[in-house]
Design a protein around this ligand. Structure first.
Ligand SMILES: Cc1cc2nc3c(=O)[nH]c(=O)nc-3n(C[C@H](O)[C@H](O)[C@H](O)COP(=O)(O)OP(=O)(O)OC[C@H]3O[C@@H](n4cnc5c(N)ncnc54)[C@H](O)[C@@H]3O)c2cc1C
Length: 534
């Protein structure tokens, strides 16, 4: 059996940062286990490849339990499965959330996690190509860039939003989150910058770092209240690795709780019902699942200027050649070029709705795996409730790791989330009605004129709402009885085991979750090493 100082489970947003930082000290030996494959497929490198990755084997395929408040629909909720984790399949938007999100964590008892505490851990690994101020780093490993091009309809969206009264901001990750903006993205020279390209590949040759792909952890071994190692399967063979110091779980918001449960760490009654021997009774494991739900409107374009249909083979070939020669053109696009943070009412403490503008038709019937093809040119605007109150759970029904977990985000179980979504829908229509779009867009295609009253909008949301792919919170950090880890990210009641990934967020941050997950990896490493930002 091989032994290491640290075993990191999962090479995603947090896991890659952890493996990098812990192996920087040559006296540590680090084993990084990743269930997915290497990240060398071109679709993981070319930004527009993002749209082609849904439902492929670069993902863990999770389908939610039928959603009671969404017409019993089951939602496709993928998670990245490759080096880089979800950062290898995501839309690359670089967003940190609102400073009050982190201040709220600190108020909840998560000492050391206020905005002022976490800001240095965002900055230290950032290499921002445009911004250099108190909010941004310029010399870290993670390249953050402006997008190479903006479709004319994306530019019109930014103008239309201003006409609708939304102020313009150059930096939603800076002094003020509110406003409309062009997204910065995790790209380098117009290629995807994932957690693995930024933090892992540059240090792969460290002799004290072992990275195994195709290595799925089945169980965390616990002896006398201490995590001693892991049992994993690779090339059809089961192996055991021993951790001399700590096991660090970074498998993401759906797989981290699943693995704890499979290891007998979780609510004793649920484990017993699933036939799993209880190793450590911890009621909060898998609870507090938060995810952001979004609703959208599509409009037909007057001219063939959007990205709709640009993936047809002959056009795709042309774009691939342009991309190969010059690193320009639609292949550089993340599909989401512009966005906005707005408030559903004057009463909210900070923006609670995020708008995403897509210069293409993108329609997911029934929250399905693949976007539906719609002929012609058009655009899609999405409104996402970024601070949902509704919460759900991840549970297991069997000790068999090959059995799927039950993932139930319980979307819209709190009626207040529906009120925010309805307001988001009305804001989108207001933006679409502005003069900036007049020359460019024709009629609303989805949902169309038949949806007018609040009740019609609610029914449309129940029928068409979809995930924004940001599940978090299932191993929440805190000091209350449902928390799973303490503010040092140690699993309550056990030694030698921490959870360090998006699952530790006690509440969901107001925005996209990759940058916060990398920050969690960075801060987690500093806590373990007893250091400051690297
Ligand atoms: C389709 C999609 C689009 C997104 N778009 C954006 C975006 O544009 N901007 C943004 O900020 N966020 C986006 N996100 C969310 C963001 O990428 C995630 O929140 C973030 O990557 C979570 O980081 P993590 O470290 O918790 O988990 P992940 O990055 O998911 O990493 C977990 C890793 O653990 C591995 N793993 C899991 N179980 C095991 C096991 N048993 N054994 C070994 N390895 C295991 C997984 O394969 C994976 O590599 C998107 C996510 C998806 C899925």
């Amino acid at each position: 059996m091989s032994s290491y100082t640290y075993i990191v489970i999962g090479a995603g947003a947090a896991g890659c940062v952890l493996a990098n930082r812990l192996s920087a000290d040559p006296s540590n030996t680090v084993l990084l286990l990743e269930a997915g494959a290497k990240d060398n497929h071109p679709l993981l490198k070319i930004p527009a490849g993002f749209a082609k990755l849904m439902g492929t084997k670069a993902n863990w395929i999770f389908d939610t339990a039928p959603q009671k408040h969404l017409n019993e629909r089951s939602m496709f909720l993928p998670q990245g499965k490759a080096l880089g984790g979800s950062t290898s399949v995501n839309a690359m938007l670089y967003v940190r959330g609102n400073r009050l999100d982190y201040d709220e964590w600190a108020e909840m008892g998560c000492e050391g996690w206020s905005y002022d505490d976490v800001l240095p851990y965002f900055k230290v690994h950032e290499r921002n190509e445009r911004l250099a101020d108190e909010y941004h780093g310029i010399s870290g490993e993670l390249n953050v860039a402006d997008q190479v091009q903006h479709n004319p309809t994306s530019r019109a969206f930014v103008r239309a939003a201003q006409e609708a009264g939304i102020k313009r901001t150059d930096d939603p990750n800076g002094a003020s989150q509110e406003g409309v903006f062009f997204h910065q993205v995790t790209q380098r020279n117009a290629r995807r910058e994932s957690a693995s390209t930024a933090f892992l590949h540059p240090v792969m040759d460290r002799s004290n770092l072992t990275v195994l792909t195709g290595a799925e952890v089945l169980k965390i071994e616990v002896k006398d209240g201490r995590a001693t190692g892991v049992r994993f399967v690779r090339k059809g063979k089961e192996e055991v690795a021993h951790a001399n110091s700590e096991v660090l779980l970074a498998a993401g918001a759906l797989n981290s709780p699943r693995l704890l449960l499979l290891s007998g760490i979780g609510p004793a009654d649920e484990l017993a019902a699933a036939g799993v021997s209880v190793v450590h009774d911890l009621p909060g494991v898998g609870k507090n699942l938060r995810d952001q739900l979004e609703v959208y409107i599509t409009r037909e374009a007057r001219q063939p200027i959007t990205y709709s249909g640009e993936d047809r083979w002959d056009r795709a070939l042309r774009h691939a050649i342009e991309y190969g020669l010059y690193r320009t053109g639609p292949a550089t696009a993340t599909i989401t070029e512009a966005g906005a943070f707005v408030s559903s009412s004057d009463d909210v403490r900070s923006p609670d709705i995020q708008l995403h503008f897509l210069p293409a038709y993108v329609v997911w019937k029934d929250g399905a795996r693949n976007a539906e093809k719609i002929a012609g040119h058009g655009v899609t605007l999405l409104a996402c409730n970024i601070r949902p109150i509704s919460s759900g759970a991840v549970t297991i029904t069997s000790p068999d790791p090959s059995m799927p977990a039950i993932v139930d985000p319980n979307y819209m179980s709190d009626e207040r989330d529906m009120d925010v979504a309805v307001e988001g829908f009305k804001i989108m229509r207001r933006v679409f009605e502005q003069p900036a779009f007049k020359e460019l867009l024709k009629d609303e295609q989805l949902p169309g004129p038949s949806v007018q009253t609040d009740e019609e909008i609610r029914e449309f949301i129940r029928a068409w709402g979809k995930t924004d792919y940001h599940p978090v919170g299932t191993c929440k950090m805190g000091v209350d009885e449902l928390s799973v880890v303490d503010p040092k990210l140690k699993v309550h009641g056990l030694e030698g085991l921490r959870v360090i990934d998006s699952s530790i967020m006690p509440t969901i941050i107001s925005g996209n979750t990759q940058a916060p997950s990398m920050m969690i990896g960075e801060k987690g490493a500093a806590i373990i090493l007893g250091s400051g930002p690297a």
